[in-house]
Design a protein around this ligand. Structure first.
Ligand code: 4NP
Length: 152
């Protein structure tokens, strides 16, 4: 079974949203994929996702209430086949833990699945307004749909 990890900074907005959307699509399509998410920081470890993210996802039929934030660790390189990061600073922080080329090659920018080779970043909605959460939901949802095709 393929194991996929999503990583952002706090693990309370972008990466838990990707996790929740993937879990829903996987269940809708009866696929077997293992999904988790983590943050490069420990700022929110143990917490539920940001309330604005939870409410926006709920509006779209995605339940995030069971998820809890945790910090990314070196062991994740052993446990996961692919590690999708939301932005370039996440990329730098994750790669700093890689022990070899094989581990480095597991790391990819999340949006490259939807926009190959564009190296685009998922904007961090944390410090912005409500519309930022809606935009991020749509961007992450479209990318997850594409990812499901890739892993089907
Ligand atoms: P995330 O958003 O990386 O998408 O979970 C953030 C959440 C919290 C903070 C920054 C980004 N923070 O600085 O606490």
């Amino acid at each position: 079974m393929q194991k996929i990890l999503f990583v952002c900074l706090g693990n309370i907005c972008r990466s838990p949203l990707a996790e929740g959307i993937m879990l829903k699509l996987i269940s809708d399509k009866n696929l077997t994929l293992e999904i988790d998410s983590a943050g490069t920081s420990n700022f929110h470890a143990g917490e539920k996702p940001d309330n604005r993210t939870v409410l926006n996802a709920k509006k779209h039929g995605v339940d995030l209430t069971r998820l809890r934030a945790r910090q990314f660790s070196e062991k994740d390189f052993d446990d996961f086949d692919a590690i999708y990061v939301m932005d370039k600073s996440n990329m730098t922080n994750v790669l700093a833990h890689a022990k070899n080329k094989e581990q480095e090659q597991k790391v990819e920018l999340f949006l490259n699945t939807l926009f190959p080779n564009q190296n685009m970043e998922v904007p961090d909605p944390y410090f912005g307004g409500e519309e930022g959460f809606e935009d991020v939901f749509n961007l992450i949802y479209s990318t997850c749909e594409k990812m499901i095709e890739k892993y089907s």
